[in-house]
Structures are given as structure tokens and as C-alpha cells.
Design a protein around this ligand. Structure first.
Ligand code: A3P
Length: 318
């Protein structure tokens, strides 16, 4: 088996060499594969995930474009799914980062050194990915599993990513790189980009399969978290009961998963993940509109034009 895996790796290296590549100004390599840009190092997980993942009808798959609120969504969905296993006061979230409770399929469960075996997960499985809809393994689309998509205003997400990359590269945030990375983002060259295709594909899927694909926006969730938590729980097939509502369970879940609560926990201030990256890199400001501190009026204009053009007629806007 090991020999066969070795052969597979060699083939993979051959395939990777043939893909067009770009380098973000922060030093991250991206490879262009079947219409989308991926972190080159993630290709080792992306292809096996596409080829081998078998979705179960009970699976819940959380999907985001990076820096759109994945950490929050993971915390909320995990808590909803497990609320009968642990009282909120004993939630694993109090001692474990959300990313170590809900793993990414495309680079943690598949990939060079898989973090765990899918068979070891209890049902219903809560899983995550950043993959575009058109690139998902067919079994996700063919099965009855549920998909939750969370998106965010691209300007805030873009700035959030810049800070994130600096943190995990152990470098200070460098605003002089913004101009070039913004240009690349607008040309579609960003991790899991083009952004527009990503959002539009899930938007359409959510309209075509309303019971199977839920489309959420970070800004809407921040504005009205209670109704969105109810929508999420109902979509997951685990609606809050009248009794739970009157006992304040919804508020309790929201408080547990809130940015202010999670970011100050010992695990999220002082601990690192298995790659030695601090969990604190997932918590920064969690504000709407922080982009205004970084982007110029002409950048805003370029993005607005692009959004108008790309989302024209879709009913989607930011
Ligand atoms: P900012 O960099 O704008 O602060 P992701 O979780 O997809 O990696 O996205 C990270 C962004 O979500 C960061 O945004 C981070 O601060 C914010 N975030 C992290 N935890 C959150 C939470 N519990 N609620 C709301 N936002 C959160």
C-alpha cells in the first residue's frame, strides 16, 4: 500500500508541475486547476477529496470562501448539532478551537498528513471545506447531505485575509502589499478564487435546492443573529423547541460562539494548532466595514463595478 501511495504522490507531483501558477505578494503560491485557484500545497488534499469522498445523507458540510466567518459558523453548527451531548457550560468549545472540532475536508482530512479518519467521526458528521460548488465531489451534490454556505463582503474578507496571511507567515502586516494583492483578487487570482464564481455558484445552488443548500451572509448574521441561528438550526433538521427558546438556549449558544467570548479563551489566546500556528490568528476585529481603513476610493470603485457586472441579474449584492 505504501508503495502505491508513493506512486500516487509522484503522479500528483507530475500533475502539479503542469498547472499554471501565481505567487501572491505575501509569498503564497497558487495553482490554477479546473477553473479555480488553490493554494498549491493544498492540491495534495483537494484531488483525493474530489476523487474519494463519499457523502452521507446525514452529513452537514460548511462552506466558505476563506475569511468569511468560517470559525464562527463552525462554532455555531457544532454547538447546534451537539447541544444534547453537552450543556453549553461544558462545551468542548471552551477548551478547543472550532477548527479542531470541525475539520476542513480539502486540506486536513485529505492531504499529506490527514488529521483523522472520516470513519472515526460520529454521525451526523459536521465537516467543512472552502471548495467551489462546481469542484465539489459529485457525491455531495448527488446525496441528500446538507450544505451551509456563508459569505462576506469581499472588501472585508480581502483585508481579513491579508492580516491572516501575515500572522501565519509570522510576519508583520505589510500594507504596501495591498495594491498588488487587490489587483490579483480582482482578476480572480486568490485562494479558492475567483471570488465571484464561488459566491454565484452557491447562490444558484441554494435557489435550486433550497432544502439542501442554505446561503448565509456574515453581515446579516451579525445584524440579526437570533433569527439566523433559528434558520440554521431548522435547516440542520434540529430546530430549537419552544421550551428551548423560552429557556434562552438560543442566546446561550450565541454568547458561547460570540467573537468576544471565543477570542479571550485560553486556547484561543495561547495555544497553537498542530502546524504551530497560533489559534489567535482566527480572531482579529470581526467588524463590518474595516476595509475602509485600508482601501482607496478607486479600489472601492473597481470592486463595486466588478460586483455590479458579475452579479447582474442574480439578485445577489453586498
Ligand atoms: P476580521 O479579520 O475582519 O476580524 P474565518 O473564520 O473564515 O477564517 O474568518 C475570520 C474572520 O472572522 C476574522 O475577521 C475574524 O475576526 C472573524 N471571526 C472569528 N471568530 C468570529 C466569531 N465568533 N464571530 C464573528 N466573527 C468572527
Amino acid at each position: 500500500d505504501e508503495e502505491r501511495m508513493g506512486e500516487g504522490e509522484e503522479k500528483m507531483e507530475e500533475v502539479l508541475k503542469t498547472l499554471p501558477m501565481e505567487k501572491l505578494p505575501e509569498g503564497i503560491h497558487l495553482s490554477f486547476y479546473e477553473g479555480h485557484w488553490y493554494r498549491s500545497t493544498f492540491m495534495h488534499g483537494i484531488i483525493p477529496f474530489q476523487q474519494h469522498f463519499k457523502a452521507q445523507d446525514t452529513d452537514l458540510i460548511l462552506v466558505t470562501f476563506p475569511k468569511s466567518g468560517t470559525t464562527w459558523l463552525k462554532a455555531l453548527a457544532f454547538t447546534i448539532a451537539n447541544r444534547n451531548n453537552y450543556p453549553v457550560s461544558e462545551s468542548p468549545l471552551l477548551t478547543t478551537n472550532p477548527h479542531s472540532l470541525v475539520y476542513f475536508l480539502d486540506f486536513e482530512i485529505y492531504g499529506k498528513s490527514p488529521i483523522l479518519k472520516l470513519e472515526d467521526l460520529p454521525s451526523p458528521r459536521v465537516l467543512a471545506t472552502h471548495m467551489p460548488h462546481s469542484a465539489l465531489p459529485t457525491s455531495i451534490k448527488d446525496s441528500n447531505c446538507r450544505v451551509v454556505y456563508l459569505c462576506r463582503n469581499p472588501l472585508d474578507m480581502f483585508i481579513s485575509y491579508r492580516h491572516f496571511v501575515a500572522k501565519f507567515s509570522n510576519k508583520p502586516f505589510d500594507p504596501s502589499l495591498i495594491e498588488e494583492s487587490f489587483d490579483m483578487f480582482c482578476r480572480g487570482v486568490s485562494s479558492y478564487g475567483p471570488f465571484w464564481d464561488h459566491v454565484l455558484e452557491y447562490w444558484k445552488a441554494s435557489q435550486e435546492r433550497q432544502n439542501k443548500v442554505l446561503f448565509l451572509k456574515y453581515e446579516d448574521m451579525k445584524e440579526d443573529p437570533i433569527s439566523h441561528l433559528k434558520v440554521l438550526a431548522k435547516f440542520m433538521g434540529l430546530p430549537f423547541s419552544v421550551e428551548e427558546e423560552s429557556q434562552g438556549v438560543i442566546e446561550e449558544v450565541l454568547k458561547l460562539c460570540s467573537f468576544d467570548n471565543l477570542k479571550d479563551l485560553e486556547v484561543n489566546t495561547n495555544e497553537t494548532n498542530r502546524n504551530g500556528h497560533p489559534y489567535s490568528m482566527f480572531f482579529r476585529k470581526a467588524e463590518v466595514g474595516d476595509w475602509a481603513n485600508y482601501l482607496t476610493p478607486s479600489m472601492l470603485e473597481r470592486m463595486n463595478k466588478l460586483m455590479e457586472e458579475k452579479f447582474a441579474g442574480s439578485g445577489l449584492n453586498f
